[in-house]
Ligand binder design. Structure first.
Ligand code: AGP
Length: 615
């Protein structure tokens, strides 16, 4: 998962590309680079590390000026992060220059062939192989850049979103896509390229989402050709109108995107419910479900596939669907599902959850399920993303752009959509009465308020973070609906503070993890459960008796746990099935404050990227 940016038009492309890369930095930040045709040649500047490092190098360069340019921010797949492996990558003649997001799986075979043809390589990247393959084809077949790219890509196996420019044809960009995202911003006599739309939303609202297997040759002054890579078929793409605005992707006074996005959750949940939950009429409207209600009601089972945090929202959904709608649900890691030849057929429904809509394992799992006849319902946050387009139908979470690598508002809005589906199906199946249905609707309408009230505990949570920032390990425990929240809390802490943390069902602790408990092992316990409250109190006592430190998330007015826990965070009381929306908030804030206290890079943690578009 890297970020690519390009520009062709009358402005100086440097600032457009640099700002565009900053907006895509969440996709990868091991190294970055820019190449611009400056009227004489393609000049480039690359640097290891984040875009701020590239910006420093650029300030010393005066020759990167021109209306044609490409840029790249990298999450390394082949070759360690350094200047040589940074993109853009040049061909041997230095005439062709390319940026790439994805993996060319057969690059070593192609490289061997090119070495035999006399090509040499400076970097360890698959990308340098690709740009030299294009050069080899262009020379050997004596064709233009667009054709050479097409021929070369038909020899490549893997995933790519690329932008290529040619020193001898400085009024053209060629872009192509397979398996990694690529958008074209269509301006007035100018074109923008981006891995998503954020690099160019202030310049144009007109966007073409390139489809898999498509290539575009973009020439100055409107000449643009879109065609299929495989058979050269000319296509006329759909130009979509963007709703996104610039202020949606700015920090707006918060120190980090993650904190902003934690605080945006009440609004994100409200936006996700808008048009779907009608309190006055007492209805839930989800076109993706309404149009296929019989499929849902007659399905053998529902399998939910996802990765990471999205997989945790799938686990919460399992409790919702089985408890509320009495529908059997299986939850699978997409990366496991896709390789185990699952028993799936036309009577199955697959729900695929993905914030980015570009996670390679989830996309591949969807394609496998569809090949077996299953019906796929996608829940994504990025409009027009690959998973959204690959799904048979679905619902968007309207969380707005989530820039922080650690997912927060996407998680709670995913659970919001899943909760709506569970309650809607329960009513359609006649499992719940109209009266109970209305009670669920009322509770759903209050989720945003519950979250808002819980955010008010931020200062207390910040104080608790001070006591645990030096911990080397941390245990998270929860039961029922809150077991997945324990997993999510542990993931949040791991991925931004680099403290090892594990989530466990509370009852499982005595089957091994309790051996970890001592005075240096803090345990975060979610103790709001009504059904198993007394059991979770016993779990806390078991920990206390072994000198473990306890931070407990409890319902307002709790008396029992307060007596035994070291720290208590009181959250609004609600029905059981709503508690996950509430209990995750303190865990998000706790991980955020610990990471900040440790001086970690909260929005761009080491080794991670926002969208894992490689396998
Ligand atoms: C969550 O905080 C992580 N950044 C990561 O686990 C993420 O949830 C996972 O990569 C799935 O991403 P997706 O929702 O975009 O598919």
């Amino acid at each position: 998962m890297c970020g690519i940016v390009g520009y062709l038009g009358g402005r100086n492309s440097l600032d457009i590309i640099l700002n565009g890369l900053k907006r895509l930095e969440y996709r990868g930040y091991d190294s970055a680079g820019i190449a611009i045709y400056n009227g004489d040649t393609i000049a480039s500047c690359k640097s290891k590390g984040k875009i701020s490092k590239l910006e420093k190098s650029l300030s010393k360069r005066k020759n990167l000026k021109g209306g044609l340019g490409i840029g790249h921010t990298r999450w390394a797949t082949h070759g360690e992060p350094n200047n040589v492996n940074a993109h853009p990558q040049f061909s041997n003649s230095n005439k062709l220059c390319l940026v790439h997001n994805g993996i060319i799986e057969n690059y070593s075979t192609i490289k061997q062939k090119l070495v035999k043809e006399g090509f040499t390589f400076k970097s360890e990247t698959d990308t340098e192989v690709l740009v030299n393959l294009i050069e080899y084809v262009k020379t050997k077949e004596d064709v233009k850049l667009g054709e050479a790219v097409q021929i070369a890509l038909n020899q490549a196996i893997g995933a790519y979103a690329i932008a290529v420019i040619d020193n001898d044809k400085p009024d053209e960009i060629v872009v192509a896509k397979l398996g990694s995202p690529l958008c074209i911003g269509v301006g007035d006599d100018e074109y923008f390229i981006g891995s998503d739309v954020t690099p160019f939303i202030e310049y144009t609202k007109n966007v073409v989402y390139l489809e898999d297997g498509e290539l575009a040759i973009i020439r100055n002054h409107k000449e643009t050709f879109y065609r299929k890579i495989v058979d050269d078929k000319i296509i006329s793409p759909t130009v979509s109108r963007l709703e996104l605005s610039l202020d949606k992707i700015e920090k707006k006074g918060f120190d980090h995107y993650m904190l902003k996005e934690i605080y945006e959750q009440p609004k994100a949940i409200e936006d996700t419910l808008r048009g779907r939950l009608n309190i006055s009429k007492g209805i839930i409207k989800l076109s993706g479900v309404d149009d296929y209600i019989n499929k849902f009601l007659s399905a053998n089972k529902i399998t939910i596939i996802a990765c990471g945090t999205s997989w945790h929202s799938a686990l919460v959904a399992e409790y919702m669907f089985e408890k509320i709608a009495r529908i059997p649900v299986e939850v699978e890691y997409a990366s496991e599902f896709r390789y185990r030849d699952p028993v799936v057929d036309k009577n199955d429904i697959i729900i695929a959850i993905s914030q980015s809509g570009e996670t390679a394992d989830t996309l591949a799992a969807i394609k496998l399920a569809k090949s077996k006849g299953a019906f796929v319902y996608g829940i994504c946050n990025v409009v027009g993303s690959s998973i959204a387009r690959e799904s048979d139908t679905g619902s968007y979470t309207h969380a707005g752009p989530e820039i922080g690598v650690a997912s927060t508002k996407a998680f709670t809005t995913q659970m919001t959509v899943l909760y709506l589906i569970a309650v809607k199906l329960s009513k359609s199946k006649g499992i719940i009465s109209e009266k109970i249905f209305q009670k669920y609707i009322y509770e759903i309408s209050k989720i945003g308020d519950y979250v808002h009230k819980t955010l008010a505990k931020n200062n207390k949570i910040k104080k608790i973070a001070k006591e645990f920032k030096k911990s080397k390990n941390c245990l998270y425990l929860g039961r029922g609906y809150n077991f997945p929240i324990a997993l999510e809390g542990a993931l949040k802490l791991k991925e931004i503070s680099y403290i090892h943390a594990e989530g466990y069902p509370a009852a499982e602790m005595k089957h091994g993890p309790i051996a970890l408990i001592d005075k240096d092992m803090p345990t975060i316990v979610i103790a709001t459960n009504k059904i198993n409250y007394d059991k979770i109190v016993s779990n806390i006592q078991e920990i206390k008796s072994r000198k473990g430190k306890i931070v407990a998330i409890v319902s307002e007015g709790d008396k029992e746990v307060k007596k035994i826990a070291d720290h208590v965070i009181e959250v609004p009381d609600s029905v059981e099935s709503i508690t996950p929306f509430i209990t995750v908030i303190p865990l998000q804030l706790l991980s955020y404050h610990i990471a900040v206290l440790l001086g970690k890079d909260v929005d761009q943690p080491r080794n991670l990227a926002k969208s894992v578009t490689v396998e």
